[in-house]
Design a protein around this ligand. Sequence first.
Ligand code: SF4
Length: 339
Amino acid sequence: MTAPSQEPHVVLAPGDRLLEVRDLTVEFRTTHGVVNAVNGVSFSLDRGETLAILGESGSGKSVSAQALMGLIDTPPGFITDGQILFHGEDLLANRHLQRQIRGRAITMIFQDALSALNPVYTVGWQIGEQLRVHRKMSRKATRARVIELMELVKIPNAAARVDDFPHQFSGGMRQRAMIAMALALDPEILIADEPTTALDVTVQAQVMELLDDLRRELGMALILITHDLGVVTEVAHRVAVMYAGRIVEQGDVNSVFKNPAHPYTEGLMKSIPRVTDKGHRLVPITGAPPSLSRIPSGCPFHPRCPYKRPDTCVEERPLLRSVLPGRLTACHFAEEVLS
Ligand code: SF4
């Protein structure tokens, strides 16, 4: 794991709050019962910052992102509560506005660039589609802008490669092409869902560096959905740790990872290798994440928690509360974990 970013936290100016998600609740009604995928998730995002949403598979992080984008298929998915305020406007109360914003002011890239690109169209044609449809740009102007976008995401020899097909691009180059596509309409927020999972380690680092450079250059905000702690420490300013469809800890990345206040975050930190910990044994978190259709009573982490007190933890659900300046944690005994 590399050293955390030393960039100071973004200083807010009035009007810099782009997004405010409040009590977002999403469930899927299936023939096997109700899956409570997201349970009262709240977070905010400011212009120019990177928020990482960290969690194991099935923690609700990707469903939260899909809800932001209006990509929850109903049925079986239902957003049963909450608000998604973009510049103060609730997108859940104004689906027309959400459709207007999707793919323009808020865009998303996914982990599997190969299946996201259409194999029968050139990469350049696909990057330019948004420009032709939404900006009504001419063929010539679109081509010039596509080459600019390909250069922006550092695809070498962009003018020559604009007519290549996806299979002529490597995995890393395809992900760059997806990023170029996402940037075509000058988004204010880019959501990257596990953007480097399908790539090898060297290319992962290059793509993360690219996303961080683009955020800085273009003044966008980035939401990074990931299970990878290394990725979070490299580029994120703040982190929201999710477990069983809830945020269990939220705060400044350096502070959360240096001094976790939730046993789950602490467990994640102990279970990853670090170059400074030579000779130390890794301690995995025991057990497995719960099924979202059978979330445990009280604190959902209690079956796996070394700090559990049966009377309190099994019966009372801990609420997200302030335990340090700028830090929220959902644990009855956060002060004990901190100490
Ligand atoms: Fe562990 Fe209890 Fe805290 Fe949950 S509330 S994380 S079970 S100590």
